[in-house]
Design a protein around this ligand. Structure first.
Ligand SMILES: C[S@@+](CC[C@H](N)C(=O)[O-])C[C@H]1O[C@@H](n2cnc3c(N)ncnc32)[C@H](O)[C@@H]1O
Length: 209
């Protein structure tokens, strides 16, 4: 597993780990569910990714820091659906729903019925890392491709997409395919991404059709 992914959570408290850095310490101090929330927060503040009343789909939502951030941002008239293999602990709100599912090979028709159209889709999906760069990169690409397939099916026109992917030789082609679908798009690397990490995020704003 990508070490940036598991800012170890225990019912809302991040446990100490050897991976601790400024953001992990800050997350613990501020009672955040995971340090990864700072990545989303930075991009949201800079690009206006998440809007009040948005209907959000959060792919790879465990332990829940992104979903919680979104719930605060969208307000009571918005809605967040989180999906993961693991259920976030203690994350409940009238406008939050968790779907336990493997994103790989998901039946899109089922998902459309279950979730419905979305204004914004965010994906922090990360594979179990092996330490073998080529394998980890390929697994990350598969997850990102699946997130994009879901985004094309569920996003409304004008919707936003934000998706983690590991840098690798296939990134350029995938990136071009994603970004051409949006009015504005770019690759971003939030400052909270660890220096040694190969992760970047694709940001697409304003789905064209
Ligand atoms: C980096 S963590 C997400 C952290 C989350 N954004 C947060 O801030 O709380 C990545 C998540 O992707 C999930 N994941 C990886 N492969 C998956 C798959 N095939 N289907 C569903 N979830 C998957 C993992 O279970 C893990 O919880």
């Amino acid at each position: 597993m990508d070490q940036t992914a598991f800012s170890w959570v225990n019912v809302g408290v991040i446990k100490r780990s050897k991976w601790d850095d400024h953001y992990a310490l800050q997350a613990r101090k501020e009672h955040r569910l995971a340090r990864s929330v700072y990545k989303l927060e930075e991009i949201d503040k800079k690009y206006g990714l998440i809007r009040p009343q948005d209907r959000i789909l959060d792919l790879g939502c465990y332990p829940g820091s992104w979903s919680l951030y979104c719930l605060k941002k969208v307000g009571s008239k918005g809605e967040v659906v989180g999906m993961d293999l693991k259920q976030p602990k203690g994350l409940s709100a009238p406008n939050f729903r968790f779907l336990k599912a493997d994103i790989l090979g998901l039946d899109i028709e089922w998902l459309l019925r279950e979730v419905g159209p979305r204004d914004t889709i965010i994906s922090d999906l990360a594979p179990q890392t092996t330490g073998i760069a080529v394998t980890d990169t390929a697994r990350s690409l598969s997850l990102a491709e699946e997130a994009f397939r879901i985004a094309l099916a569920l996003l409304r026109k004008g919707g936003n997409f934000f998706c983690k992917i590991f840098e690798g030789e296939d990134l350029k082609t995938f990136r071009e395919g994603v970004l051409r679908k949006f009015g504005r798009g770019r690759t971003v690397r939030p400052t909270a991404v660890r220096k040694a990490s190969r992760e970047v995020y694709l940001l697409g704003l304003g789905l064209k059709e």
